[in-house]
Design a protein around this ligand. Structure first.
Ligand code: ADP
Length: 662
């Protein structure tokens, strides 16, 4: 049998002067035992009605009720059956009610003797949603009344006896006898209405004080449990985070662990983490935990500039918690609009930073109307996790930098090995030739003057080749290490081109070279560059054009304004050309199409690398274009116009290649 009305509610309706009080289960156990002991200590035969929520609770007390049943024939025990508890008339009356009955949530004990009466009528309060394991059985909370007041106890007994009658109608005579014997001169149900305003008779102040002590003790215990549980939760989460950080240097993985653990641990409806700087206009939500079916923000754009909350937290580097965004007068319409759009009721923002450097934000949103606010301990837990996230992000960044550095070191190492191989080869070959020539000259005094001249010329040419290699190598290392003093000044390009051409001509003195023509736009502006270095670039590009173009070919120099700030210079030839997939590689140090060690033309493989270093310093670009083999090549570079040029050239511009347009 199941009745949905609560006995406590029924009693409060007829006794509105009572205010239900909160009791821990421990207190109820103590009070019930005291009431039962009081009966066992006397020799009278009182009316006893006891309600147990479940059969198992009754089982713990069954032996006491055996004894109570022997003392009085008016003992009623009610419980929701779990095994063999049923309606039964034995040493006392057992009354079984359905597990869905309102009684399954209640705890009653009424004792009505001839000269004393007391009652305990309570209902269990549902555990708070954030309660954890520490909400142990003894900390279960009930609300209700406990009194020695005969009048109130009679009301309670009346209500309970009428209930029992509904469950067990066959007990009508016995119940009627109980009412007459114990309750006759107090009231009956028809009189309940008229007695509503009767004064409340509270228990003895001394007893009351003892109960208060018991309650306070239990409350302190509960608080201690909660503190331990929250500390334990904090340590567990921090441990999880540190393990994640130790296991992986991947910030994505660490952020995912953080978002899930925080969202889960703090029972948030939504937890998000995003990385950004305090100046960013918006961020993309990269990690999210969702607890309910509210909308996801993952991969969405999250406003930052117009988000006052973000701005406040990012600049103060302090957490911010708003209990109810829609009612909070401190925040403007834009925040309320964002909160409304994303169903945010409570909003917690915790900055992620490392040594005053803001790195991102952890946000927790509560979207349910019935949520409890996060406690200070919980907020400090989020702060602790945000700290760990900050450390992880910095660590990952440092690791990425280290990887970059490693790559640079590996590249340097490759270059060094290349350099050793190539310089070794480059130096050894001419050195051997020089040695052979000089040995022949020294050991063969009868050598003809013509042959002697050939020997000397060969030795001189190879000495020059060695000098060039060493010179190029020194220039490149000077440029790369930033040991060059840059003094750009306004220059007339035509003069530099002329110098570049004469430089090449003198180099090829006596040998046939392709025809070089220059075609410069009229009214070409002055350029801002270092004259010596500009001539060096032109000479190297012209030298290459001469080397890779047959003597009957043509070389053309063009110069024109590329924009208001830049002039573009082109050196085009109709020589052997460059394969399209090599157009960028030719700028690598020691690159030579034939392969480093099979060189036929002279050269060091350092010329274009030197040109790029120089052009980079002026913030220009250099690139190659060619339609492929035997299609000729064009080398282009840009340099700043004098008026628009930056007056200050960076002394140590980060190394890194400017992207060619080709
Ligand atoms: P090198 O001393 O070998 O000329 P560079 O760095 O100046 O070294 O040039 C690198 C390589 O780029 C050359 O060896 C050649 O393969 C290719 N190259 C440079 N200029 C031209 C050009 N005008 N035509 C065809 N190939 C060229």
């Amino acid at each position: 049998m199941s009745i949905s009305t609560s006995v406590l509610t029924q009693l409060m309706q007829v006794l509105p002067n009572w205010r239900p009080q909160m009791f821990f289960k421990t207190s109820l156990v103590a009070l019930s035992h005291a009431m039962e002991d009081q009966v066992l200590a006397r020799s009278d035969a009182p009316l006893i009605i006891a309600t147990f929520q479940r059969e198992r609770f009754y089982r713990q007390e069954a032996h006491r009720y055996q004894r109570l049943g022997q003392q009085s024939d008016q003992v009623y025990v009610l419980a929701a059956p779990e095994t063999d508890f049923c309606n039964h008339s034995g040493i006392y009356e057992s009354v079984a009610f359905d597990a869905n009955d309102a009684l399954a949530q209640e705890w009653h004990l009424v004792v009505m003797g001839d000269r004393y009466a007391n009652c305990l009528i309570c209902r269990e309060r549902p555990a708070p949603p954030t309660s954890g394991d520490f909400e142990s059985d003894s900390n279960r909370r009930f609300e209700g009344i406990w009194t020695f007041d005969r009048h109130t106890s009679s009301h309670a007994a009346y209500i309970l006896l009428d209930r029992i009658l509904q469950y067990r109608p066959e007990l009508a005579d016995k119940i009627s006898e109980a009412k007459n014997r114990y309750l006759d001169n107090v009231c009956n149900l028809d009189q309940l209405e008229s007695s509503q305003l009767s004064p409340v008779n509270y228990p003895d102040p001394f007893v009351n004080r003892l109960v208060s002590y018991l309650q306070v003790g239990q409350y302190k215990l509960l608080k201690a449990y909660r503190a331990i549980a929250s500390q334990e939760q904090k340590e567990r989460l921090i441990h999880l985070m540190t393990t994640a950080i130790r296991r992986s240097l991947d910030p994505e993985e660490i952020l995912q662990v953080a978002v899930e653990q925080l969202g889960h641990g703090l029972e948030a409806c939504r937890c998000i983490i995003y990385c950004c700087s305090a100046q960013d206009a918006q961020a993309t939500i990269s990690h999210e935990f969702l607890n309910t079916d509210i909308g996801s923000l993952l991969a969405q754009t999250w406003p930052l500039t117009e988000n006052e909350l973000f701005q406040t937290v990012a600049h103060r580097l302090e957490s911010l918690f708003i209990r109810n965004v829609s009612n909070d007068p401190d925040w403007g319409a834009q925040i309320k609009e964002i909160a409304h759009q994303y169903s945010i009721g409570s909003w917690l923002l915790v900055p992620v930073f490392y040594q005053d450097r803001f790195l991102g934000m952890v946000e927790l949103h509560q979207c349910r109307p019935d949520h409890l606010p996060w406690t200070e301990e919980q907020i400090s837990l989020v702060e602790a996790i945000a700290n760990q996230v900050g450390v992880a992000l910095i660590q990952a960044e440092a690791y990425a930098n280290l990887e970059d550095l490693n790559e640079q070191l590996a590249a340097l190492d490759r270059t060094r090995s290349n350099l050793v191989a190539i310089t070794g080869h480059e130096l050894r070959t001419p050195l051997s030739t020089i040695q052979v020539c000089l040995e022949s000259l020294a050991t063969e005094p009868d050598m003809s003057p013509e042959l002697r001249q050939v020997m000397l010329n060969t030795a001189l040419a190879d000495a020059e080749r060695m000098r060039k290699l060493i010179q190029d190598f020194l220039i490149l290392s000077q440029l790369e290490s930033g040991r060059v003093d840059w003094n750009p000044e306004p220059l007339a390009l035509a003069e530099c081109i002329e110098l570049g051409i004469s430089n090449v001509r003198s180099r090829y003195h006596g040998s046939r070279i392709p025809k070089i023509t220059a075609k410069l736009s009229p009214r070409l502006p002055l350029v801002q560059a270092d004259g010596e270095w500009l001539v060096e670039v032109l000479a190297k590009l012209l030298d290459n054009a001469c080397k890779f173009t047959p003597p009957n070919g043509k070389i053309m120099i063009r110069a024109a304004a590329a924009s208001e700030q830049q002039v573009q210079i082109t050196i085009a030839d109709n020589g052997r050309g460059i394969e399209p997939n090599r157009l960028e590689t030719v700028f690598d140090r020691f690159y030579q199409e034939e392969g480093a060690l099979q060189r036929t033309t002279g050269g060091t493989g350092l010329g274009l690398a030197i040109c790029r270093q120089i052009i980079d310093r002026w913030h220009g670009q250099i690139w190659a274009e060619s339609l492929g083999k035997d299609q000729g090549s064009e080398f282009h570079f840009t340099i700043p116009v004098a008026s628009a040029a930056a007056t200050k050239v960076e002394e140590s511009r980060p190394k890194g290649r400017s992207r060619p347009k080709a």
